[in-house]
Design a protein around this ligand. Structure first.
Ligand code: ZN
Ligand code: ZN
Ligand code: FE
Length: 757
């Protein structure tokens, strides 16, 4: 991988062992030639693998003997731009401990300098215009190094030897402040920014991969203004907290969570909020979790130095649009939201959002319960590190993903590069960003795809784009792609039982699927079970207004008398009831769905916990938060039968009747939410165990957006483990739609290998 200090490391090692030769980056990775005493060469090969720099990784090592060249020194050869593909670009990395020390050392020439970096840390992917990763190919080409910096850069024994973004206050990028219309503000920019934030102002801060909107996390007034002006009612905001100690005053911090927070990727980690967490309740309304991250650039450390312990740091974009990354563009787009801007002149070439992970507990096949990371949004710090996959592609494949939480994936050989989270493609600006990303990926990976993969939904813009590329297209069913992405994520291969649960995915029968039991491998699938179909009242509106799926499920469970039975369900208005009755009277005109996401919405509505999803998954998250408050609850009734289509049908009608009845009798929402979770777990486990008995398969793969739900994952892995089945959940790839491009790519590769394309 380029830009991780590998060549300088090799140089120092060779120098220490008095070996002659050379190291160079080329399009195939790094190639090293050494000559010297045999035992020294052996030590070199061993230490090459054992003493790697913190960001470097050797994915494969090939050693061969060469004739003696008679060199008497070791040199680093300039990057060559020709050669085959298979180059890797490093993700952006958070500031390292050494650089952080300099930042706070009054005697250091870089004291308080917001752009400190070295070979172990700093910007990479976000500043690369083209490969190889050398300064002229980055946005740092605009800055000429001063003699002192150049000296560091040229000195093999210096920790900034060949650090491409190397800079100092004399020669490097600078920060300054402007007001909401772009007019300059005098004074020390960092000091001014901190004072404004301390006073409750909203400041747009240019960071590593884009702009953040920042304000104090304990200021109700600032947060209310931010929510109103960003048109973001309820979706939780992420927090940047000064230290792990501060983090512990806000959330329950497990060891796994602390490791995730301090990883060079520095993601946002969703963790259970402490009851005495001192931030405004407007940070994450109705949630019992907080998304927290540590500062990851020197600039962030300077902002969080003393005046306040935590800042809300939310993406600098009007709702649903891509992140701003250019100074003037940001002032135009964010001027109505921010009171001021903290700008700098190191251009961002790739806009990269913060990554988001959550920590869940799951049962392993040995019966042990462990905390694991579940990726939700994979972006800064992880992209574009390739994912090594067990199966390979004969030809380069471009997978275009789905519609929401879009990502793309390029698969060459055993290496899959999954893009960062791009956003929802129904937004025109996001779609343009998606098209630009495809071109950028082809350029920096030097790939010309021979095969495209996309969703089966013909009307998705990504699907339409795939059809225009002029190369063969493989359409992959949404839930099959989910399961294959999880197969790849776990490095397994072959036939499995897949359970894919989410909100929306186009099914082969034209229905909207969302709770599917598949028997599948990378190539193909058979659907062996699903949630009993119910009418999807109102198409897309069904995903926002929770009364719609509630009415549909109640009508199915109770029959024609359902409106009377729901008199006590406060989440549903008379108006809604009447509308639903009219629509449900014409069942032939309504799409059918097996969506687990909509079932969660319906139950949240029936329990009067959430009548509107102002962001995806809101009702389900509120339901989970309530369920987490109680224990010792019995599951509700459900049946698992064989339906008309010969597939196993998971029938929740008994559950819906029980919930309606219990609500009318005043049962607590938390207890019902818990019972509902237990029942969904039981139902999915029964379906998987039944399938295992019929097929002899013993591996169960869980994928889809519903598996960010900690109660589902912990419950299901426990029950399946008790039944002797091995369960796989996501590890590095998002469980939601951000992962399906990877699954699509692998399915296309498998079909191509078998001559099916
Ligand atoms: Zn560093
Ligand atoms: Zn300098
Ligand atoms: Fe999905």
């Amino acid at each position: 991988m380029q830009g991780v200090g590998f060549r300088p490391f090799v140089y120092r090692l060779a120098d220490e062992l008095r070996l002659a030769g050379s190291v160079c980056n080329d399009m195939q990775g790094a190639s090293v030639q050494v000559e010297g005493a045999g035992e020294d060469v052996d030590i070199f090969i061993r230490r090459l693998q054992e003493d790697l720099p913190s960001l470097a990784r050797i994915s494969s090592l090939c050693v061969q003997s060469l004739p003696i060249a008679g060199e008497n020194a070791f040199v680093i050869v300039d990057s060559s731009t020709d050669g085959a593909q298979d180059v890797e670009i490093s993700p952006d990395a958070a500031i390292c401990p050494e650089c952080l020390k300099e930042l706070t050392d009054l005697a250091d020439r870089r004291f308080g300098y917001p752009f400190i970096n070295c070979t172990d840390c700093g910007p990479r992917y976000s500043i690369i215009r083209s490969v190889p990763y050398d300064r002229p190919n980055t946005t740092m080409s605009a800055f000429r190094m001063c003699p002192v910096c150049q000296g560091e850069y040229d000195d093999p024994s210096d920790r900034r030897f060949h650090a491409q973004p190397n800079a100092c206050p004399t020669c490097g990028p600078k920060v300054w402040m402007v007001d909401s219309r772009g007019g300059p503000l005098d004074g020390d920019a960092i000091e001014l920014c901190r004072s404004m934030l301390a006073d409750g102002k909203i400041v747009a801060v240019k960071g590593l991969g884009g702009f953040h909107l920042a304000c104090r996390a304990d200021d109700d007034y600032a947060l209310a203004r931010l929510r109103r002006s960003k048109a973001r009612q309820a979706k939780p905001f992420a927090l940047m907290v000064a230290s792990l100690a501060v983090t512990e005053s806000l959330v329950e911090l497990s060891d796994v969570a602390a490791d995730a927070m301090t990883d060079p990727a520095k993601p946002i980690v969703l963790l259970p909020a402490r009851p005495d967490a001192w931030v405004s309740r407007l940070v994450a309304p109705h949630m019992r979790t907080l998304g927290v991250m540590l500062p990851y650039t020197p600039l962030h450390y300077l902002l969080l130095n003393g005046k306040f312990d935590a800042l809300v740091m939310t993406s600098g974009n009007p709702s649903r649009e891509p992140l701003s990354c250019e100074n003037q563009e940001a002032i135009t787009r964010l001027g109505d939201i921010a009171d001021a801007f903290l700008l700098h002149d190191r251009d961002i070439h790739r806009r990269v959002d913060d990554s988001v992970v959550t920590v869940l507990s799951r049962t392993n096949s040995d019966g042990a319960t462990v905390d694991v990371l579940m990726p939700i949004r994979r972006a800064r710090g992880y992209v574009p590190a390739p994912i090594r996959v067990t199966d390979h592609a004969d030809e380069p494949i471009l997978a275009l993903g789905g519609e929401l939480k879009s990502t793309i994936c390029i698969l060459t050989g055993h290496s899959a590069v999954l893009s960062e989270h791009l956003g929802d493609l129904d937004n025109p600006q996001t779609y343009r960003h998606f098209l630009a990303t495809i071109e950028q990926f082809k350029r920096i990976l030097r790939v010309s795809p021979a095969l495209a993969a996309c969703d089966m939904h013909a009307d998705y813009v990504a699907t339409r784009h795939a059809r225009q590329l002029g190369i063969p297209v493989v359409a992959v069913q949404h839930h099959h792609a989910h399961v294959v992405s999880c197969i790849a994520d776990n490095g397994i291969t072959g036939e499995v039982i897949g359970i894919a649960c989410d909100g929306v995915g186009y099914g082969t029968d034209g229905g909207v699927w969302g709770c599917e039991v598949l028997r599948c491998d990378e190539t193909d699938f058979t659907r062996v079970g699903h949630l009993r179909y119910f009418p999807l009242l109102g198409g897309d509106a069904a995903a926002r207004q929770t009364w719609r799926p509630a009415a549909a499920l109640l009508a199915d469970a109770i029959g024609p008398g359902w409106p009377e039975a729901v008199g006590a369900l406060a989440g549903m208005s008379d108006e809604a009831c009447r509308l639903a009755q009219v629509r449900l009277a014409q069942p032939g005109k309504i799409t059918r769905t097996s969506s687990l996401g909509r079932l969660f919405d319906a139950v949240a509505c029936m329990l009067n916990l959430c009548d509107y999803n102002s962001y995806e998954g809101q009702a389900a998250m509120i339901l989970e938060a309530h369920a987490g408050q109680v224990a010792d609850v019995q599951p509700l009734e459900y049946t698992v039968t064989t339906g008309d289509d010969g597939e196993v049908e998971l029938d929740v009608r008994p559950m819906i009747r029980q919930i309606a009845d219990a609500v009318c009798h005043g049962e607590s929402a938390a207890r019902l939410a818990r019972a509902f979770h237990l029942s969904v777990v039981g139902m999915l486990a029964d379906a998987a165990i039944g399938t295992a008995k019929r097929t002899g398969l013993s591996r169960v793969v869980l994928s889809g957006g519903c598996f960010v739900n900690g109660l589902l994952v912990s419950g299901l892995t426990e029950l399946l483990g008790d039944a002797g089945l091995e369960t796989f959940t996501h590890r590095g790839v998002p469980t939601g739609d951000g992962g399906i491009a990877l699954g699509q790519a692998l399915t296309a590769a498998a079909r191509h290998r078998k001559g099916l394309v």
